[in-house]
Write a protein that binds this ligand. Structure first.
Ligand SMILES: Cc1cc2nc3c(=O)[nH]c(=O)nc-3n(C[C@H](O)[C@H](O)[C@H](O)COP(=O)(O)OP(=O)(O)OC[C@H]3O[C@@H](n4cnc5c(N)ncnc54)[C@H](O)[C@@H]3O)c2cc1C
Length: 383
């Protein structure tokens, strides 16, 4: 990939940079907790949307700018540089929308894409279950056809943002007679029905970012099947590929900022001359640069093949490992503040624990890289 920007790319960057400078988000709410934070992120997405900056990578026909992969990377770099909040509907923008663009019917695209962009309807991802996380195809939530509807019963877990969501990307079993990957179907489930109960799960950070979903005979119209009955595995893979590629790019920029903050903290404390700290920070710097270049390389593949490839798993693995190392080092550099409730380093340290689990565990990502990137033989587990 040529990392020199063309005049068009430079103009794109300058326009966005100018807009971000002239339109800062509202300040962080002093109190009000997670709901107030979410409202701020929703307002922020609406402002991005009004200015045409909610999802520049989306094609113009769906309300985006038709940005190239390089422009899309510039977008994430600038959004990161400006330290603005994540859009409220990140899962809709990065996962749900792109999945519908590949697999949705024209009616589904027309109905669902605009309110994703405007943050009018928030989306969540109902894949994981108590006994089906890494082995997603083992899921047990069942959908049975009843006239024009499907009736769904089961339990989902770790559903981020479900408490704010109107739509859930739900994978359920519609056929238990065939091989487990073949019996799955991908639905859009309306969360606003009594048959869907959302119960918060509190994390080590104190927040309840994710939830359990209890689904007891929820109804989903047949028109909300995405990609055809029995094709849920392939549709879910499109969602997961977009998750690793899209989020990976945004997160490596956040990693760089955290490292810059940590280097500044070390400098304030006169620790940069200490060879132990200098060595640890330099190693993190090299990792950050490698991850950044790998993320850019991933864009080349997207440009070449039209969709993200399994290499996104490499960025996700290295990012999560490096973020955990970085936040551990912060404890040594910053001292007790990094262990005090309410301090930002303490939050970063605790939140980082989930990085090697969310969006695919490190072990599973390593399997993907071994088999699908390096072409090594598949793991055989003996009974
Ligand atoms: C912050 C956060 C947010 C999340 N948000 C969502 C969400 O919005 N929607 C959603 O559906 N899910 C979400 N998840 C769930 C996440 O995708 C799962 O936790 C993850 O897929 C792992 O599944 P599991 O927890 O069932 O662990 P398991 O799959 O039971 O894994 C347990 C352990 O076994 C290892 N393991 C499993 N299989 C293999 C294998 N084949 N080879 C080697 N090792 C293996 C794993 O690496 C892990 O260490 C979220 C998780 C977190 C932490």
């Amino acid at each position: 990939m040529d990392l020199t920007f063309s005049p068009q790319e430079t103009a794109f960057r300058d326009e966005l940079r100018g807009w971000l400078a002239a339109n800062p988000p509202e300040p962080e709410p002093a109190d009000g907790g997670e709901d107030a934070q979410f409202t701020r992120r929703r307002d922020w997405q609406r402002r991005l949307y009004d200015a045409g900056w909610a999802a520049p990578a989306w094609p113009t026909e769906y309300g985006g700018r038709g940005a190239t992969p390089t422009e899309s990377a510039i977008y994430f770099e600038e959004i990161g540089r400006a330290r603005v909040p994540f859009a409220a509907n990140t899962l809709g923008l990065l996962l749900g929308g792109p999945t519908l663009m590949v697999w949705g019917t024209p009616e589904q695209k027309e109905r669902y894409l605009p309110p994703i962009l405007s943050a009018e309807e928030i989306w969540c991802q109902g894949f994981s279950e108590p006994d089906a996380g890494s082995d997603l195809a083992a899921l047990k939530t069942r959908a049975v056809k009843d006239g024009e509807d499907w009736v769904v019963t089961g339990q989902k877990v770790w559903t981020s943002g479900a408490q704010y969501s109107k739509w859930c990307m739900l994978v359920a079993r519609t056929d238990s007679e065939v091989a487990k990957h073949k019996g799955l179907t991908y639905f859009l489930m309306d969360m606003e029905q009594d048959a869907v109960q959302v119960r918060p799960l509190r994390q080590i950070t104190g927040e309840a970012e994710f939830n359990e979903l209890f689904i007891e005979e929820a109804r989903i119209s047949d028109a909300n099947v995405v990609g055809g009955v029995g094709n849920g595995w392939k549709v879910a893979l499109t969602t997961l590929m977009n998750e690793r590629a899209g989020l990976g790019f945004a997160l490596q920029i956040r990693l760089r900022q955290l490292l810059d903050d940590l280097i500044a903290s070390a400098a304030e404390r006169g620790l940069l001359d200490d060879p132990l700290y200098a060595d640890a920070l330099a190693e993190l710097h090299v990792r950050c640069e490698s991850i950044r270049l790998l993320a850019w390389k991933g864009l080349t593949d997207t440009e070449r093949y039209g969709q993200p490839g399994p290499e996104g798993s490499l960025v996700k693995w290295l990012w999560s490992d490096t973020n955990q190392r970085l936040t551990q080092l912060a404890v040594d550099i910053v001292g007790p503040d990094a262990l005090t409730v309410g301090e930002s380093w303490s939050y970063e340290l605790l939140r980082a624990r989930g990085n090697t689990i969310e969006g695919g565990t490190t072990e599973v990502l390593k399997n993907i890289i071994a088999e699908r990137v390096l072409g090594l033989p598949r793991l055989k587990v003996s009974a």
